[in-house]
Design a protein around this ligand. Structure first.
Ligand SMILES: N[C@@H](CCC(=O)N[C@@H](CS)C(=O)NCC(=O)O)C(=O)O
Length: 328
C-alpha cells in the first residue's frame, strides 16, 4: 500500500490523523473520455475515438470500482474490443502488482511489475494514489481515465456503432433519478463500507456504519415494489450497487465491521442481488477468491494474522423469486 509523490513511490497507509479518524477517498486525476468520433467528452481532452483493439483496461477482481467496468465491458459486448489485465489480489508494499498467476495476468503493454509503473508512463511526475481501474489508450500511449464512474458511461454508449449493442443503462428519461440514487449510494454504501472499515476512531466508525444501514434499510423498502432501483429496468445505479452487495456478506460484515445485519437478512436486497448475479455474463466477472484474499490479506492493520475466513456459505445461483415484480 502506498502512493506516488512527484513520480517517486512511497509505502504509506491512508493518513486519517488529519481527518479525525475519517477515511477520505481522493479524486481521480485522469478524466478524458472515449467518444464515438473522438470529440471531447464532459471533462479532459478530446482525441480518444472509439476503435476496436485500441484501449486496454487494468483491473483488480477484488475492487468494487473496477468490477463495475468489467460488468459493463461484458454487458456492452466489448470483450472482443477492449483487452484486460488483472492485478494480483494482494496489495502490499508495492501497491497493485502483476504476477501472472492464480487468475492474475502480467502487463502486456509495458511488462510492468507494479501498476505504479503504468501511472509513471502516463505522467513521470504523478502525485497521488495508484488505483484500479485504469483505461489506457494503446494508440497514443496515454491514460484515458482512472475514474470508474466515467469509464462505465463511456462503455455504455461510445462503442455502440462498433458492437451493435443498444442496451442503455443510463437512459435520458431516468438520468436525474439515477444520479440521485448514485449520489446517496456512493457516499453511504459503496464508499460507506470503506469509511466504516478504515475508520480509526469509534465515532467515525459508528457514524459511517449507522448511515450505511439507514440506506440499506431504505433500499430494502424500495425493492419491495420495484424490481430494480428505478422500476422495471436495470440501470447503471443497479450495477453500481451490485458490486458492493456481492462483497458485503463475505467481506464487509466481518472485515469492515458492517455487521448490524447481513444482506442475507434482507429478503428483497438478497433476492435482487441473486437476480443481478444471474444476468448472463455477470457471474464470470466475479472472482470471490481474489475478493476475499485481497481484503483479508492486504489490510494487515485490520487483520494482522492474514487468516481468510472460510464462510459464509452463500448460493447466488439459487432462485431469486423476483419474477413476481414487473420488469420493463
Ligand atoms: N474513484 C476511483 C476509486 C478507485 C479505487 O479507490 N480503487 C481502489 C481499489 S478498490 C484502489 O486501487 N486503491 C489503491 C489505493 O488507494 O492506493 C474509481 O471509482 O475509479
Amino acid at each position: 500500500m502506498g502512493m506516488l509523490v512527484d513520480g517517486v513511490w512511497h509505502d504509506v497507509w491512508y493518513d486519517t490523523k488529519a481527518t479525525k479518524g475519517h477515511f477520505k477517498r481522493s479524486a481521480s486525476q485522469f478524466r478524458n473520455w472515449i467518444t464515438p468520433d473522438g470529440a471531447p467528452g464532459p471533462s479532459g481532452e478530446g482525441g480518444f475515438a472509439a476503435e476496436a483493439d485500441r484501449y486496454h483496461l487494468y483491473v483488480s477482481y477484488a475492487c468494487p470500482w473496477a468490477h463495475r467496468t468489467l460488468i459493463f465491458r461484458t454487458l456492452k459486448k466489448l470483450e472482443g474490443l477492449i483487452t484486460v489485465s488483472v492485478v494480483d489480489p494482494l496489495m502490499l508494499s508495492k501497491g497493485w502488482e502483476f504476477k501472472g498467476e492464480n487468475g492474475g495476468t502480467l502487463d502486456p503493454l509495458f511488462g510492468a511489475s507494479a501498476l505504479y509503473e503504468v501511472y509513471l508512463k502516463a505522467d513521470p511526475h504523478y502525485s497521488g494514489r495508484v488505483t484500479v481501474p485504469v483505461l489506457w489508450d494503446k494508440k497514443q500511449n496515454r491514460m484515458v481515465s482512472n475514474e470508474s464512474a466515467e469509464i462505465i458511461r463511456m462503455f455504455n454508449s461510445a462503442f455502440d456503432d462498433l458492437t451493435g449493442s443498444t442496451d442503455d443503462f443510463y437512459p435520458e428519461i431516468l438520468r436525474a433519478e439515477i444520479d440521485a440514487l448514485n449520489d446517496r449510494i456512493y457516499d453511504t454504501v459503496n464508499n460507506g463500507v470503506y469509511k466504516a472499515g478504515f475508520a480509526t476512531t469509534q465515532e467515525a466508525y459508528e457514524g459511517s456504519v449507522t448511515t450505511l444501514f439507514e440506506t440499506l434499510d431504505s433500499l430494502e423498502d424500495r425493492l419491495q415494489k420495484n424490481r430494480y432501483l428505478t422500476g422495471g429496468r436495470i440501470t447503471e445505479a443497479d450495477w453500481r450497487l451490485f458490486t458492493t452487495l456481492v462483497r458485503f456478506d463475505p467481506v464487509y460484515v466481518g472485515h469492515f465491521k458492517c455487521n448490524i445485519r447481513r444482506i442475507a437478512d434482507y429478503p428483497n436486497l438478497y433476492g435482487y442481488l441473486r437476480e443481478l448475479y444471474q444476468v448472463p455474463g455477470v457471474a464470470a466477472t466475479l472472482n470471490m477468491r481474489h475478493i476475499k484474499e485481497h481484503y483479508y490479506r492486504s489490510h494487515t492493520m485490520i487483520n494482522p494474522t492474514g487468516i481468510v475466513p472460510v464462510g459464509p456459505a452463500i448460493d447466488l445461483s439459487a432462485p431469486h423469486g423476483r419474477e413476481k415484480l414487473k420488469a420493463a
